[in-house]
Design a protein around this ligand. Structure first.
Ligand SMILES: C[S@@+](CC[C@H](N)C(=O)[O-])C[C@H]1O[C@@H](n2cnc3c(N)ncnc32)[C@H](O)[C@@H]1O
Length: 290
């Protein structure tokens, strides 16, 4: 682990094992909400694929690929003569990515269970790498970036997507603080490694890219509001698929958890708009070159 960001007592293996089981549990919910996630992240994903240089015939590494939503876009872009390897820490979510690839008939897409900090791939074997909403969950994101760099050929491109700073992501901030309060836990430093907003600290991700050895590093902030018909619908998505919130509330009994969800729903009403609901979200796309 990067000693600059964690105290010596940090148990990275324990953290990852908890992360793996959280995402194994959340996997079906994340996969079931693919349509909503696509509506939310579609334009930002197109930009990410463009910025990393995902082109026809390319060999692409997708890290923390989840159920493979963006991997399917990559498979479409690279075509049958290209290749995409979708990797993720959670075996359950990788199984869903594999099923989604089979359903789409994409022989050019393969999946592998892998910790992004230790990728089981050959050095200098990919033309592009992406990581959509995954890197912030790594206890050592610098090690994750170094691994992606190792996997890339000289001149290849990379682009990652993470949440930006807390003020630009008020729904996440509100959900986390309400969940922690109900669980009797103290407020958390939003920038502590491994958290949802950990790479949103201004300038941090660009610094990590440079430290990993990437050149031509550039970060772009993108507005990606989450549009739903109501706060309740957004909360249904969170309840089914947002593993960090589930993990905090998992320690409560049913009544206490219900009280937490009710308070969250009340808070989220602040983002109701005429005829629906729109939760502000800002993402950071960071691109670099090997
Ligand atoms: C919010 S989901 C994003 C999934 C997918 N990229 C998407 O955008 O639909 C975060 C993913 O990061 C994965 N993840 C967390 N820590 C990881 C690690 N150390 N190595 C690889 N994957 C990890 C989780 O298992 C989960 O599938």
């Amino acid at each position: 682990m990067t000693t600059a960001t964690h105290p010596n007592t940090f148990d990275a293996d324990g953290f990852k094992s908890a992360m793996r089981s959280q995402w194994d549990q959340a996997a079906p919910g994340w996969n079931a909400h693919a349509a909503q996630i696509r509506a939310w992240l579609g334009p930002a994903t197109e930009a990410m694929l463009e910025m990393s240089g995902v082109r026809r015939g390319a060999r692409v590494l997708d890290v923390a690929a989840g159920a493979g939503d963006q991997s399917l876009d990559i498979a479409r872009r690279v075509g049958p003569e290209g290749y995409v390897l979708a990797t993720d820490l959670s075996p359950a979510i990788v199984a869903l990515a594999q099923a989604n690839a089979c359903r789409a008939g994409f022989d050019q897409m393969q999946t592998r269970v892998a910790d992004g900090e230790h990728l089981p791939v050959e050095s200098a074997s990919f033309d592009a790498a992406v990581c959509r909403l995954g890197l912030m969950f790594f206890p050592d994101p610098l090690q994750g970036l170094r691994e992606m760099r190792r996997a890339l050929k000289p001149g290849a491109g990379i682009c990652t997507m993470v949440f930006s700073r807390p003020e630009r992501n008020p729904c996440i901030t509100a959900l986390m603080s309400t969940a922690l309060k109900h669980a009797g836990l103290p407020p958390r430093d939003p920038f502590a490694p491994g958290g949802l907003l950990s790479l949103g600290k201004p300038g941090l991700i660009a610094e990590l890219f440079a430290a990993a050895g990437f050149t031509e590093v550039a970060t772009t902030a993108i507005d990606a509001p989450f549009k739903m018909s109501s706060a309740r619908d957004y909360l249904d998505f969170i309840r089914a698929s947002a593993s960090p919130i589930q993990q905090i509330l998992g320690r409560l009994n049913d009544a206490a958890a219900a009280a937490a969800w009710a308070e969250m729903e009340e808070g989220l009403q602040a983002f109701a708009i005429e005829g629906g609901w729109e939760g502000p979200n800002e993402l950071l796309l960071t691109a670099g070159r090997c």
